[in-house]
Design a protein. Sequence first.
Length: 263
Amino acid sequence: MTAVLPRIVHTRSVTAILRAAAVALLCNACAFAQAIPSPIPGVRFTPGAQGEVNIPLQIVVLLTALVLLPAMVMCLTPFLRLVVVFHFLRQALGTQTTPSNQVLIGMSLFLTLLIMRPVGQEIFEKAYQPYQRGELSLAQAGDALSQPLKTFHLKYTREKDIQLFLEMSGASSPRNAAELPFLVTAPAYVLSELQTSFQIGAVLFLPFLVIDLLVASITLSIGMVQLPPVMVSAPFKILLFVLADGWNLMVGSLMKSFLGGVG
């Protein structure tokens, strides 16, 4: 018993020291957070000042932006068409999980960065840099940011989809495309991209469907009822795709559909 008491005392002292150190670090961190400038350019976060935002609200804004960013990348960029077409191609080949979802998403993301590079450069020059220099307010920077995206969306959006969302929003028809609100062009672009990607997917399925039908008819004619036709047709579909240099044709066609301005 006497041997255990020093250990208990020692443990309690160490715990007290750690608690004191944690409190000291927390106080120093709070003081440091109040002293450093805000990570958002041009916005100070001193509590109580008029027109300025405090630190908790800053954290809420940043977390909200982080939550919405993946959805914006997936829906408002060519990523949507690319990843849907790649998944259709994988199903048409019948390779189940090869290539994996991570590979398809990674390839779609890199191709999206390549396609959106001019748009990103325009946003950086016309929205971010003037806002950084104090030439634009936050609202003006938001309008300048949405304009290049809206111009990009209108190249690949069908008039039928734009008209649909104009009627749903109750907005009046603008005199020209530049006056369309971003909240109309964005969902119209998503709908048009889904339509385009499904059309491409249907065309992709046709040659592989012919191979499946041929293999199924041959196996049934020779009495191989127990053998699934998919197992026999899969090597032929992969061989056809490799001999035709399918990945080069697929990626090249998708890139030209955007870089060439064809929706």
